[in-house]
Design a protein around this ligand. Structure first.
Ligand SMILES: Nc1ncnc2c1ncn2[C@@H]1O[C@H](COP(=O)(O)OP(=O)(O)OP(=O)(O)O)[C@@H](O)[C@H]1O
Ligand SMILES: [Mg+2]
Length: 412
């Protein structure tokens, strides 16, 4: 008995002596509130990390301060390149500057980072403007639009609407964009400036041509962070989050190097630092190079699995279908084949199958999560077809497939 007690006591003392993390919130973006995120970012801007992008934003919006009306702005860049935070930071600053000059400006952030139908996107916008409560149904798209317009009927200043991840509107996307681009500006007295961000460079190609021709837009591209940027970002995070002296030499450089080589995504780089710190805590050591390697391989598996485990059943079924259709290899299949495989998966698991079009939406969603890769191929006069490839390491696919079958109640 005494033995167990002293073992626990000494383990806890060991953990306390070897604490690694000082403030966990700075390692987990989900736990940082916006103002703290912006605070972290401010230090980074002072270190000139998103200098080019900030300069471009400034020159785009400078006319506002002269009482002019700049056109809309499209911001492209891969995930984790700081689009959301940089734009929010900039717009807050712009609003402050305008206040000093007595220019009326208002900005709202419509965050579509999880995909949703047009109805919900409009409902969210109406909520931001105080024009509606969150509703599920019983109200038409038209009614929502009218309420949005009514809430802006008396505002004559500049209205910057930051539509974040605008390509995530799943159903009636054209209705949504037509409303923002053609109808809203005509119905309200204020000067509307849209800031549209997306991960996909090809996004405007999917727009209704009539909307596209109306959309006067400037483009700004966020490049992936390079190793030097990431070192600065991670360095500041490590200072805030970790206890001093806990990082082995070269760890930050290594994480920055790995992250810049693979994706240039600051979110993933911070996650890798967090995982390494967690492993170090568990092992009761400092954060070593070897732990970083271990963290890399654990993160790969965790990410995809936890994403799918909590995903809606239809999305899980679509993923299972692609794995079955490609035999879990990196071979390519067409949408038709994948859809057949999806229908048979649905039959086996008692899930009502969705239409081919809705299945296409699910594929898009899997693509945004990087679980699959889809590519449109032109087949000349036979039209266009979409090709699907699985783009994951084999061991990850096997585990995903097991998890999905298990979730769907299939025998092993
Ligand atoms: N310059 C930076 N300094 C510190 N942290 C940063 C910086 N840029 C990005 N990050 C971190 O990476 C995360 C992702 O940034 P952000 O949300 O702005 O990226 P994004 O380009 O909008 O990505 P997505 O396309 O996935 O929305 C942020 O939560 C932040 O913690
Ligand atoms: Mg974003």
């Amino acid at each position: 008995m005494e033995n167990v007690r002293s073992k626990i006591v000494s383990q806890i003392q060991h953990m306390v002596r070897h604490a690694v993390v000082r403030d966990r919130r700075f390692l987990d973006d989900e736990q940082l509130i916006r103002s703290e995120q912006l605070e972290v970012l401010e230090e980074i801007f002072n270190a000139n990390v998103r200098d080019t992008e900030i300069r471009e934003l400034s020159s785009h919006f400078a006319p506002v301060l002269r009482g002019d009306h700049p056109c809309h702005l499209a911001v492209w860049g891969k995930t984790g390149t700081g689009k959301t935070l940089t734009c929010l930071y900039f717009l807050n600053l712009l609003a402050e500057m305008c206040k000093g000059k007595d220019i009326q400006i208002r900005h709202e952030h419509l965050d579509l980072s999880t995909p949703r139908p047009c109805f919900r996107a409009l409902n969210d916008l109406a909520c931001l403007l105080g024009a509606s409560r969150r509703v599920k149904k019983g109200i038409s798209l038209e009614e929502l639009m009218v309420r949005i317009e009514a809430s802006l009927a008396r505002y004559k200043g500049i209205f910057v609407l930051f539509v974040d991840e605008c390509d995530h509107v799943r159903r009636d996307r054209d209705t949504f964009m037509t409303f923002l681009v053609r109808r809203l500006p005509q119905q309200i007295p204020s000067k509307l400036i849209l800031v549209l961000t997306s991960n996909r460079l090809d996004w405007p190609d999917q727009l209704d041509p009539r909307v596209k021709s109306f959309l006067k837009i400037n483009e700004l591209i966020f490049k992936p962070y390079d190793a030097v940027d990431l070192q600065q970002i991670l360095g500041i995070r490590a200072d805030k989050a970790l206890l001093p002296g806990i990082l082995a030499a070269g760890v930050i450089e290594k994480i920055a190097g790995l992250a810049s080589r693979d994706h240039g995504d600051a979110r993933k780089a911070v996650a890798l630092l967090a995982k390494s710190a967690y492993l170090a805590e568990k092992a009761g050591t400092s954060i070593t190079m070897a732990l970083v390697d271990q963290a890399v391989s654990e993160l790969d598996q965790d990410r995809y699995l936890s994403l799918l485990r909590t995903a809606p059943r239809q999305l899980q079924a679509a993923m299972a279908a692609v794995i079955h259709a490609t035999n879990g290899s990196d071979s390519t299949v067409g949408t038709g084949e994948a859809y057949d495989s999806y229908r048979s998966f649905c039959t086996r698991t008692d899930l009502p199958p969705l239409t081919g079009r809705a299945f296409g939406d699910l594929l898009n969603e899997l693509d945004t999560y990087s679980l699959i890769r889809t590519r449109i191929l032109s087949r000349g006069r036979y039209g266009r077809s979409r090709q699907i490839t699985l783009d994951l390491p084999e061991n990850v696919i096997t585990r995903i497939s097991e998890t999905l079958d298990q979730n769907a109640g299939l025998p092993r």
